[in-house]
Every structure is written in C-alpha cells, then in structure tokens.
Design a protein around this ligand. Structure first.
Ligand SMILES: NC(=O)c1ccc[n+]([C@@H]2O[C@H](COP(=O)([O-])OP(=O)(O)OC[C@H]3O[C@@H](n4cnc5c(N)ncnc54)[C@H](O)[C@@H]3O)[C@@H](O)[C@H]2O)c1
Length: 264
C-alpha cells in the first residue's frame, strides 16, 4: 500500500512506535510502513549502534531513531524503554514485539542448547518486552497497544521446527493473557500470524534447503510466497483505530497455508 502521512488511511500520524527486530527483513518493511503512515518509530535490534548504522540510514532513519537491545536481557529491555521515553518525551503508544529466531532440526534430535536459545528470544524476549511496555503504560494510565508477531505454524506441526512452533503458540497464549489482564486498563494486545514470507527466515531456508522448498511450494493455497508488505499491513491495522474493538485476537495472514496438510 502506498500512503503518505497526509493521506494515510491508518490514523497513525504522530503515534510513537517501538519495533523490535526492526533490522530484520520483515521488520524493515514494517518500519517503513509506519513511517509512511506518519508514525515516529524507535527501531531496535541486536547489533550495537555502530554496527547498525548503515542499515538504519539505508532504511531512511537516523541513528537517533535506533537503540540496540537484546530482548532476552531484562536489563537491555529496561534500558530500551528508558531510551524510548527519552526519544518520545513520554511512553510509546504502540509496541511491536516482532523479533524472533528459528532453528531447524528434527524435534527428537533438537539440541537442548538450541532449544533454550530459541525460547530465550522468542518466548522470554517477547514476555520481557511486553511486560516492560505494559508497566510503563500502567504507571501513567496510558492506553497502549501491544502487537506480537507469531506465525501460522503456531497451530501446525511443520517439520523440523517444533520448538519454533511451540514458542509461537506460547507467545500467542501470552498475548491473550496480556489482553485479558490489561483490557480494563484500556490496553489492547493482539498478534499477527504470517505465513511463508518471501524474505527473512523462510526465504533463507527456501534458498538453502531443497526439501523445505519443495514442501513450501505445495503448502500455500494462494500459490505464491507472502510479501512482507502484507505483514506490515496487518500490523498497521492492529495499531490503528480500525481495530479499536479487537483485543486477544490473532490476525492470520498466511495465504491459506494453515488450511490443509501440506505433505499430501
Ligand atoms: N519469514 C517468515 O516467513 C516468517 C513467517 C512467520 C513469522 N515470522 C516472524 O517474523 C519475525 C521476523 O522474521 P524475519 O523473517 O524477518 O527474520 P529476520 O531474521 O530477517 O529478522 C529477525 C530479526 O530479529 C532480530 N533478533 C534476533 N534475536 C534477537 C534478540 N535476542 N534481540 C533482539 N533482536 C533479535 C534479528 O537480529 C533480526 O533482525 C520473527 O518473529 C519471525 O518468527 C517470519
């Protein structure tokens, strides 16, 4: 969708957004979409500011709009929200809990260290970011918005990524708990569940693993890989007043991938 801050349909002009995983391939597109809608975005990702400088400026942002944060670290996450307060002059309005990692091994052979590392980012990291955001909102009675990125495999046993699927199912559960607990305080919590996107982690596996590629080619009823723009559209919808009556919901945007078993 092409939009400028003047004609944006999203009603997000001037809204203050924290986006984790902002240097990732889908994250960059979400960041650009928020900026096109007139929102102010604080980008955050793992690399320190100097390592990230090139990617940040290539995306059209300034270094002031980037903060490094390992979301698995509670100290880093606290520092991130201190920085957001400084940059925005108050709390963020919208927090996108988007960063994530994947690993690929048959579940019975999945190395336990890799399992722990994946859960530390996808589950612990999502919990740390969302709970820190919520505490800041509760302290000033602000009606914030949490948007998690899960995945269509939250409900589907796609081969070799069992712990990833489990982490996304757990994040979805967490999202619903935040929604239930925080609704009386005016805070909304929802998730976007993308399908098989033609960039980022799925693309890397598509390019490097012929078995994955052949499975994925059969798995999408709409017959084409998902664009990152379709993920960004769903995130902006959940950030916007158009979704004001939604909380605890998962917006499945997967080209129908979850509709039938992919290996037949
Ligand atoms: N690509 C897909 O097909 C697809 C499908 C469904 C869901 N998703 C989800 O979308 C999100 C983005 O995925 P992507 O495909 O763009 O992958 P990506 O690898 O391009 O981006 C992920 C980003 O998360 C960051 N990150 C990793 N560990 C971190 C940590 N500890 N702290 C802070 N940041 C960290 C990485 O540095 C990276 O920039 C993930 O949550 C992923 O699970 C992707």
């Amino acid at each position: 969708m092409e939009a400028t801050s003047n004609e944006s349909p999203w009603g997000l002009a001037g809204r203050r957004v924290v986006l984790t995983g902002a240097l990732g391939e889908i994250g960059q597109v979400i960041a650009a979409a928020f900026r096109s809608a007139g929102a102010h975005v604080l980008l955050t990702d793992l690399p320190d500011a100097s390592e990230a400088a090139e990617a940040v400026t290539a995306s059209g942002f300034t270094q002031h709009e980037y903060a490094a944060c390992d979301i698995a670290s509670a100290d880093d996450v606290r520092a991130l929200f201190d920085r957001a307060w400084e940059v925005f002059g108050g709390p963020a309005d919208i927090v996108c809990v988007h960063a994530g990692v994947v690993g690929s091994h048959p579940t019975v052979d999945y190395p336990v260290e890799a399992f722990d590392e994946l859960m530390a980012v996808n589950l612990r990291g999502s919990f740390l970011v969302a709970s820190e955001a919520a505490r800041r909102w509760l302290a000033v009675e602000a009606a914030g918005i949490l948007i998690f990125t899960t995945s269509w495999v939250q409900d589907v046993p796609w081969p070799e990524i069992g712990p990833y699927s489990a982490s996304k199912a757990a994040v979805r559960s967490l999202m619903r708990t935040f929604a239930r607990e925080l609704a009386p305080r005016g805070i909304r919590s929802n998730a976007v569940a993308p399908g098989i996107v033609g960039v980022g982690m799925a693309r890397r596996q598509w390019d490097s693993d012929p078995a994955y590629r052949s499975r994925a080619q059969r798995a999408i009823p709409l017959g084409r890989l998902q664009t990152p723009e379709s993920v960004a559209d769903a995130v902006l919808f959940l950030a916007s007043p158009l979704s004001a009556y939604m909380t605890g919901a998962t917006l499945l945007v997967d080209g129908g991938a979850s509709l039938y078993p992919m290996d037949e």
